[in-house]
Design a protein around this ligand. Structure first.
Ligand SMILES: [Zn+2]
Ligand SMILES: [Zn+2]
Length: 340
């Protein structure tokens, strides 16, 4: 089979590998659709000790496919079933898992290999984190993983119907956060920078767009758009400390700030202690996803409650993966659909 293999930073190679055989508890999928992700761009540049503990490995982590082979002992799916799979599986036994926070599992098993014709899914993933698809197309089902992350962010915000949420960042995850919030009947203010991506996001109608590049003071603008009160919830989806600070400055009294975008190691932010205390701000991180949210994400994609198809700006074959990641890096693509 053809596959795009990660050998180390800046070393992605097109290779021909044997089609995997399923061991006991495993399944093999034919990949029908994979999606590029901002994480891919980062990992290609510097590697990732947690997501990619061993090299070489087939690259890519957002995918949906069709079961072509089933290992001994697997009874939940059979050949021909279409499934979406998460890119990780929690152990179910450690403290965070037992405390029902499996996204913080101390032994999270990561799975890569979306950019290949076939993938073998390890038994723990098969047991805990695959979902059978009903009608939804593979291209949409491949959004299950990033959508589940966005749902975790919204869950952490404890967003309620009718509230106003400002999302900082108009990349794919900022857009998905906005879509999840809009599906919960919230008013969405999406802060981005002018350019074709913001135009595209505006055309998708996810929310009201705020052009940070044209604004002298984004925090003041968000205040003005909310009768001076500030949004009920702000979410950073940029992973930049200065934007985390904007998100804290913009949120209204009693509001919640979600730190969704991961910042570079060693960075820090300043917190206004007066506001944090007297205005009871909730400052909360959001990381990764849970098996329950993967299921909810597939449900939302099946019913169309969230329909992120418009975030796909390009479609390519496997030999286009490097071009696709270059486009992502230059900010010239939102999501590239890879159909092996
Ligand atoms: Zn991703
Ligand atoms: Zn665990």
């Amino acid at each position: 089979m053809r596959a795009v293999v990660f050998h180390g930073p800046e070393d992605l190679r097109d290779e021909v590998l044997p089609v995997p055989e399923p061991a006991a508890g495993e399944i093999v999928l034919r990949i029908d659709a994979a999606l590029t992700c901002g994480t891919d761009v980062k990992v290609r540049r510097r590697g990732h000790p947690v997501m990619i503990p061993r090299v070489p490995t087939v690259f890519g982590h957002e995918f949906a496919g069709t079961v072509t082979a089933v290992g001994a002992g697997v009874s939940t799916v059979r050949e021909g079933d279409r499934v979406a799979a998460a890119n990780s599986a929690p152990c179910g036994e450690c403290r965070p898992c037992l405390a029902r926070r499996p996204n913080l599992c101390e032994d999270l098993l990561f799975v890569n290999g979306a950019y290949g014709e076939y993938i073998a899914l390890p038994s723990r993933l098969v047991a805990k984190n695959i979902v059978r698809l009903d009608r939804v197309a593979a291209a949409r089902a491949a959004f299950a993983e990033p959508l589940a992350c966005a749902m975790l962010g919204v869950e952490r915000a404890r967003l309620e119907e009718g509230q106003t949420v400002a999302v900082f960042g108009h990349g794919p995850l900022g857009c998905l956060l906005g879509m999840v919030a809009a599906a919960r009947k919230c008013r969405v203010l999406l802060v981005g920078k002018a350019g074709w991506r913001l135009d595209r996001v505006r055309a998708l109608g996810i929310g009201e767009c705020v052009d940070a590049a044209a604004s002298a003071d984004v925090v003041a603008d968000l205040g003005a758009m909310t009768d001076g009160r500030g949004p009920d919830v702000t979410i950073d989806a940029t992973g930049r400390p200065e934007v985390w600070e904007q998100a804290m400055a913009a949120v209204g009294r009693g509001g919640s700030v979600v730190f969704f975008g991961g910042c570079a190691p060693g960075t820090s932010v300043r917190v206004d202690t007066r506001r944090a205390h007297y205005e009871e701000l909730t400052l909360v991180g959001a990381f990764h996803h849970t098996p329950e949210l993967i299921r909810q994400a597939v449900d939302a994609l099946e019913t169309g409650a969230v329909a992120p198809d418009g975030l796909v700006t390009h479609r390519m074959r496997l030999d286009g993966v490097r071009t696709a990641l270059d486009l992502m890096q230059k900010g010239e693509a939102l999501k590239v659909l890879i159909e092996p």
